[in-house]
Design a protein around this ligand. Structure first.
Ligand SMILES: [Zn+2]
Length: 468
């Protein structure tokens, strides 16, 4: 044991990983997990070690929110949760790593966009972070840029199949080239699936109002399924895995199933809002608070996605946290100008734990997999992140699985000052959050420090394992 290194013994907890749960003691040395054993005697510890009693608590790896937009500058404004606020609310939710996004500045090499985003995040973040790099256009040097990007620890790109009007869409020929380059450098492609042509046609045919509820009509689930089918087929032809972000609809799910039957390799993400909220939310006076893209769907879609989640057809639940204040959201009632996006990182764990319990069909290990292990593997962060094992980062959450509470604007910490899950009764609460051995949250008090979060270089994404 190294002299002067801080040691923490977490005793008597139920230690949970994706494989299951068992009573064990867990020893942290500095930033790493040093030992996990049935009994680690206090007498063996160096003087000054901290001992934490975790009886009645579950000890699990820090969660990874694989889809966040903290401090997003968009449409002449900025989101409510910047890097400091995002880190704080995440830590309260047991999230110790987020994977955020860097926009593609087409005037620069991809890595320059990424490094600028990393620098900005480093200054404010108190939890760790990795990055997905947006690619919104093709040119002949993209393959070289992807190689540099991957060497710099950014091994996932994000593409859109819509937003042609703002220059985000890459046409099929370009995508084929891009996918081939991704295959060469083992870069994961994550994709926002909505068919642009169908959305354009729907908009042209639309007569009448542009209320929040109309947003759902203007971006139908058929657009999601078409985009999944076309981009998914292309990925299968080229021979790359594909990560589908925020699957929102039963129709989209059908397209996923069809592709898998045809041999496509898809990793599918959904979010709590597509599992738990439906488009009836858009009707009330608070309708704008629930506008995001893709839009909320029907109750049937909620149910289908929940079933698919329980059946293992969906691998990752992340949040697409993109928060605006009530004032920002309610500044417009026109769905074309309402700032799209909602908060969610902090609510992720209690909501999903509650869903797991009420379903009676999801073990705690499966929950850990969905929220931590699977995203760590998909994005090349495993086993440094996403599990509790000797040598992994000491990202550890102590969780009280029996505590019941209500989500509302006073019990959560987003700068949005509202939660889309207002009034939801949930079971389970984070008691402590450690990030690399540093205590970030303890009994409702935040101890995180801006600038202490590290950029985590991603390695080869898991779905490429076994390919040379
Ligand atoms: Zn997003």
């Amino acid at each position: 044991m190294l002299e002067g290194m801080k040691t923490i013994l977490i005793r008597n907890g139920s230690v949970a990983t994706a494989q299951g749960m068992s009573k064990a003691d867990l020893l942290v040395e500095g930033e790493k997990i040093a030992r996990i054993a049935e009994n680690i005697p206090v007498s063996q510890l160096p003087k000054g070690s901290e001992v934490v009693d975790a009886s009645e608590l579950i000890v699990l790896p820090g969660l990874i929110d694989a889809h966040t937009h903290y401090h997003l500058v968009s449409r002449g404004t900025v989101t409510a949760d910047s890097f400091a606020e995002g880190s704080l609310l995440a830590a309260f939710g047991g999230v110790t790593t987020v994977i955020d996004f860097s926009d593609h500045d087409k005037g620069k090499p991809l890595v320059d966009s990424a490094l600028a985003r990393i620098d900005a995040m480093k200054a404010g973040m108190a939890i760790d972070f990795a990055l997905h790099q947006g690619v919104y256009g093709m040119h002949e040097r993209i393959a070289d840029e992807l190689a540099v990007l991957a060497r710099s620890g950014i091994t996932t790109i994000k593409i859109f199949t819509t937003y042609k009007n703002v220059g985000y869409l890459i046409e099929m020929d370009g995508l084929r080239e891009l996918f081939a380059a991704c295959k060469r450098y083992k870069v994961m492609v994550s994709v926002h699936c909505e068919d642009d042509a169908l959305i354009e046609r729907t908009n042209e045919a639309h007569r009448g109002t542009y209320t929040p509820a109309d947003h759902a009509l203007l971006r139908p689930s058929e657009a999601e399924s078409r985009a999944i089918a076309s981009v998914g087929s292309l990925a299968r032809e080229v021979g790359i895995p594909l990560y589908v972000v925020h699957l929102s609809s039963a129709k989209g799910l059908e397209a996923v199933r069809k592709l898998r039957e045809q041999g496509g390799h898809l990793v599918v993400e959904t979010t709590p809002h597509y599992l738990l909220l439906d488009d009836s939310r858009l009707a009330g006076s608070d309708g704008p608070l629930y506008v995001m893209t893709p839009p909320l769907r029907k109750q049937d879609d909620n149910r289908e996605l929940q079933e698919a989640l329980l059946a293992g057809e969906i691998q990752v639940v992340a949040t697409d946290h993109c928060s605006f204040t009530r004032e920002q959201k309610l500044a417009s009632r026109d769905c074309r100008t309402i700032f799209p996006g909602i908060p969610g990182t902090e609510e992720l764990f209690p909501l999903m734990h509650t869903l797991a319990i009420s379903s009676k069909r999801m073990s705690f290990g499966q929950l850990v997999d969905l929220l931590s292990t699977a995203p760590a593997k998909a994005f090349g962060l495993y086993p440094r992140k996403g599990t509790l094992q000797v040598g992994s980062d000491a990202d550890i959450v102590l969780f009280d699985p029996a505590f019941t509470w209500r989500l509302d604007s006073r019990t959560i910490h987003s700068g949005a000052h509202y939660t889309p899950y207002e009034g939801f009764d949930v079971t389970g609460k984070v008691v402590r959050t450690y990030r690399r051995g540093e205590l970030l949250v303890c009994d409702g008090v935040y101890h995180g420090r801006s600038g202490s979060g590290h950029f985590i270089k991603a390695g080869k994404p898991g779905p490429y394992e076994g390919t040379s």
